[in-house]
Design a protein around this ligand. Structure first.
Ligand SMILES: Nc1ncnc2c1ncn2[C@@H]1O[C@H](COP(=O)(O)OP(=O)(O)OP(=O)(O)O)[C@@H](O)[C@H]1O
Length: 247
């Protein structure tokens, strides 16, 4: 189970995430919604270790991860989609995914073991590329991909790490309409496996309504609503604060 306890971060005088306590169970998808600037991405960054909390804690399966950096948290099973800047722009799509598979298997730079299992790593990377329907791009350089394919590569690398917790921050942002279903199908498939903890920041309410088992609402850094989708969407705080509709 992933848990944040009183998680807080200040930027100067501004409290971007303000005492958020929340637990997330494996096998469930929780959507995090809230207006622009509510603190959703910052909350993700605090969980993944890209940012360090001013106060509060992050726990995963009984271990306090608060003092750990992002790479150590990744090794513990917290998976945050890579941003393109974290990919190897001048390696191919396949090589990027192969490196993520290699990182997960802990092979590092042990050359002999890498050489022995190279074929195996490539086969797994190819299977993941098929899953995200990016196999036709395997030999292209990551930097040359159109935007939608870059997002799919981010998801492919996340899957390659096989994390316990998936943090999806607007995974379909900037995608064309025909690309969106591919990514949503992948998230649906992960959800159907019922073993991962899935967290999704998403502005599209129809996507949230369809995918989420639970919605939490952040507003000015605070957790202001938490519950099943129908109840949370209908609540005055969401109607007013998020959807801009007078309650
Ligand atoms: N590194 C930083 N330094 C200073 N302020 C920051 C930093 N990162 C985020 N903030 C501020 O914290 C607040 C929360 O930002 P955040 O990006 O987490 O919101 P969000 O809910 O993800 O918004 P959006 O829906 O627009 O992506 C904003 O006021 C933002 O300007």
């Amino acid at each position: 189970m992933l848990e944040t306890k009183n998680l807080t971060i200040r930027f100067g005088g501004h409290v971007a995430v303000d005492g958020v306590s929340c637990a997330f169970q494996p096998g469930t998808l929780t959507a995090i919604v809230g207006p622009n600037g509510a603190g959703k991405t910052t909350y993700f960054n605090l969980i993944s270790g890209q940012l360090h909390a001013t106060s509060g804690e992050v726990w995963l399966d009984g271990e306090n991860l608060t003092a750990l950096g992002a790479p150590q948290r990744t090794r513990r099973g917290l998976g945050r989609a890579f941003q393109l800047t974290q990919l190897f722009a001048h390696l191919t799509v396949l090589e990027n995914v192969r490196l993520a598979v290699q990182a997960r298997r802990g092979l590092g730079l042990k050359l002999l073991s890498v050489w022995l299992s190279h074929r195996d790593l490539i086969a797994e990377a190819e299977a993941i590329l098929k899953r995200v329907r990016l196999d036709h791009r395997a030999t292209d350089f990551a930097a040359s991909l159109p935007h939608g394919d870059q997002r799919k590569l981010e998801v492919a690398m996340l899957i390659a790490l096989d994390p316990k917790v998936y943090l999806f921050d607007e995974p379909t942002a900037g995608m064309s309409v025909d690309e969106v279903p591919v990514v949503l199908d992948l998230i649906r498939a992960l959800k159907a496996e019922k073993k991962h903890t899935l967290l999704l920041v998403e502005h599209k309410m129809d996507v949230v309504r369809e995918l989420a088992d639970r919605i939490i609402v952040l507003h000015q850094g605070k957790l202001v609503a938490d519950g099943d989708p129908a109840t949370v969407i209908a609540s005055p705080i969401v109607q007013e604060a998020y959807l801009g509709v007078a309650a």
